[in-house]
Design a protein around this ligand. Structure first.
Ligand SMILES: [Zn+2]
Length: 701
């Protein structure tokens, strides 16, 4: 633990504060607690509104920024503590008195016993004694080029290679690296932002642009407004040379000029998805719904930033086959953005609900057969994750106990797929009509609030299960939410199409004859199922498959990833140049991890080769992907353990009940299609567990 001495306020008017802050850093420790991965004291000061002013400086790869914060005092406190990381805080001012406030940044207050090393989260402590009821605070700061939420891309790292590009990724706890905040999902605030960027560039935020003007001869200034309160992880910014095309009055696409045509074609079903989502669970609450296609280094599939989803270009497959990701991010406009997990321990309330909702949108837009294929592939993902987590069974609970671990540790298919299958189980118990009624009411009455597992169980029992004695699910609730693995009973589901493919793969695995495989009518999902179920043994076999189906040259990223995993396992070197080019081009962690893991698992020589590829590709990856891969290749630096750990009382933030006026109006809708639950669960046995190395992040966040 060390103080950043340059961060002391230069104030002669606050000698008492300066005296306290000038004491040894350990004297500040009693004021700090780490709770839900945040040092902030949200039970004393609560952020309500933020006005940002941001100057985007590409040449220095930094933001120069200021913020005017409105805090409400909930309990007397001499300190305001905010989360910060990778930034210099220049000034803190009480706006009512114009008095500078003393402050200090305390680095990694709990060292390696705090957030796991690599996160490097710090506490910004601002002296506030004497200030009552509310605080109007002005902060000024500059980010560092290594800010973990911000990725600054050179022109060569973009699709068009013309201009630099910037995008943020705040989830889960990275917002603190570009804005000092109470960086936990339980604090929601409204925001405005004035952003200055080079005049040849566009800027988007997770908000609505309301005004644009020239700042000087070469810069424009854009004003954004987010009138709906959002948690910190939904704060988002992107700047680049991109264009916009409307798809309807409600939605459109931003992408680099060279990609916009392809993106518009690929995402043509977006308006239909929005209509379906609204018909299911009520009106969309955020005004516009746009999608920004980012350069390939974006570490995730998509990020559900309100008003503008950020999406990976790897879903542009040329055949609209990977657009379930759009349905997923859109669904987050309800599950996650409207009703938010109170802490990251209940991440499944964001993601499990979203996968369930995504699947319902896909069924409405593309039909049941299509949605069933995605469900079966999701089950296979879940089996792969359970296998990976077999040594840490506590991480297979829906409700996690992360403590001080990085929330990224909970970003597995447990939250996504186990969560979804649990909701399917409830749907099948009570019937689709009753479940839809419950969910619609759940989104309406809890809009702009947070939710915990405990509270969800209360609502589920009170508003749904208590209506019929046959619907008692106490035991299932306990074992699914607080228990390990995927307990019986399972929901019923199957896909005739994928059962057919799985049988072909089994026949091939027995006979090693390509004549067992009939690819007539194959879609991307058939290919994925085939590749997951083939048990390939050597490079000669790989070569035969490659000759028959041209796998090495396939551009669909989902198919390519699975093929390269097989290639690494079988040392099929013919595919290595294409594999390396894939690893250099794509930064999406979902695709990187399985391929590198397969290289690591392939023996010393293979591991070294994988490491060499990683070193070449690493500069182009986002910090989120780099962190996971550094750990895989044991590149992590060991952090010193500075002081004895003494956790004071946790300043927990209470569950925020949404104010009456912000609740969504009741609306008509719902699907009323009956529950459709008479499906045969035989596929569970017919589709074997997929090969290792699948989808560690669910691919969607
Ligand atoms: Zn998601």
């Amino acid at each position: 633990m060390s103080l950043v001495s340059s961060s002391f306020a230069q104030s002669s008017q606050a000698p008492a504060y300066a005296n306290v802050l000038a004491k040894r850093p350990s004297d500040l420790r009693p004021f700090l607690s780490l709770h839900n991965q945040s040092y902030s004291n949200g039970s004393e000061w609560l952020l309500k509104d933020l006005k940002l002013n941001i100057e985007v400086q590409f040449s220095q790869q930094r933001l120069r920024a200021s913020g005017e914060y409105s805090f409400q005092q909930l309990a007397p406190s001499n300190w305001l503590v905010l989360d910060v990381q990778d930034m210099q805080v220049l000034r803190a001012i009480d706006m009512e008195t114009q008095r500078p406030l003393a402050f200090a940044i305390i680095e990694n207050p709990y060292g390696s016993r705090g957030l796991k090393s690599g996160v490097h989260s710090h506490a910004l402590v601002i002296q506030t004694d004497g200030i009552q009821d509310h605080l109007q605070l002005r902060l000024e700061w500059m980010t560092e080029p290594q800010s973990s939420a911000l990725q600054w891309l050179e022109p060569s790292q973009t699709h068009d290679k013309q201009s630099p590009f910037l995008f943020s990724q705040s989830q889960a706890i990275l917002a603190r690296s570009w804005v000092p905040l109470q960086d936990c999902p339980s604090v929601r605030f409204t925001y405005q932002a004035e952003v200055t960027v080079p005049s040849n560039m566009e800027v988007v935020m997770s908000a609505v642009p309301v005004h644009k003007s020239m700042a000087d001869s070469s810069h424009v200034r854009v004003l954004f407004e987010q009138k709906r309160p959002v948690p910190s992880y939904l704060l988002a910014l992107s700047v680049g040379e991109f264009e916009y095309r409307a798809l309807s009055e409600k939605c459109g696409i931003y992408a680099e000029p060279g990609l916009i045509k392809k993106a518009v074609w690929e995402f043509a079903d977006l308006p239909a998805m929005i209509d379906s989502a609204e018909a299911l669970y009520g009106p969309y609450a955020w005004g516009r719904y746009d999608v920004l296609v980012l350069p390939p280094s974006f570490p995730f599939g998509g990020m559900e930033n309100p008003c503008v989803t950020f999406a990976t270009p790897t879903i542009i497959a040329g055949d609209r086959s990977l657009t379930s990701l759009l349905a997923h991010e859109l669904a987050h406009s309800w599950s996650g953005n409207l009703v938010t997990n109170h802490t990251w321990d209940d991440f499944w309330l964001n993601e499990g609900f979203t996968v369930y909702f995504e699947s319902r949108i896909m069924e409405k837009v593309y039909g049941k057969q299509y949605a069933d294929m995605l469900t079966v592939l999701g089950w296979s993902d879940l089996q792969g994750t359970l296998n990976e987590l077999k040594d840490v069974p506590g991480d297979t609970h829906l409700h996690l106990e992360l403590g001080t671990r990085d929330p990224d540790d909970g970003l597995t298919d447990i939250a996504y797929e186990k969560g979804r299958f649990f909701l399917m189980l409830i749907e099948q118990r009570v019937g689709r009509e009753a479940f839809d009624r419950f969910l619609k009411q759940y989104f309406e009455t809890n809009a702009f609030g947070t939710m915990s597992s405990e509270r969800f169980i209360q609502l589920l029992n009170r508003d749904l299960l208590s209506q019929n004695p046959d619907w008692d699910m106490d035991q299932e609730i306990e074992s699914w939410i607080y228990g390990e693995g995927v307990p019986q009973p399972w929901p019923l589901f199957s896909s005739t199409e994928l059962s057919r493919v799985a049988l072909m793969a089994q026949a091939y695995n027995r006979t090693r004859s390509l004549s067992e495989i009939n690819t007539d009518g194959f879609t991307t999902h058939h290919w994925l199922c085939l590749l997951r179920n083939l048990e390939l043994q050597d490079s000669a076999e790989m070569a035969a498959l490659d000759r028959a189906y041209g796998f090495t040259q396939k551009e669909n990223a989902e198919i390519a990833c699975l093929w390269f995993v097989h290639a690494a396992h079988c040392h099929y070197r013919v595919a290595y140049p294409a594999m390396e080019s894939f690893l250099l081009q794509v930064g999406r962690r979902k695709f990187l991890m399985p391929v590198y893991e397969a290289m690591v698992a392939g023996g010393i020589e293979s591991k070294e080769e994988g490491f060499a590829m990683y070193l070449r590709a690493r500069p182009g990856y986002h910090s989120v992907s780099r962190q996971s891969l550094d750990e895989l290749f044991a590149l992590e630096t060991v952090e010193e353990d500075p002081l004895p750990f003494n956790m004071p009382n946790p300043h927990s933030v209470p569950v925020i009940e949404p104010p009456r006026e912000s609740r969504l109006p009741d609306s008509q809708g719902g699907d009323g299609s009956g529950n459709g639950t008479t499906r045969d669960g035989g596929t569970l046995r017919e589709v074997p567990v997929s090969p290792s190395g699948l989808d560690p992040d669910g691919g969607r966040p």
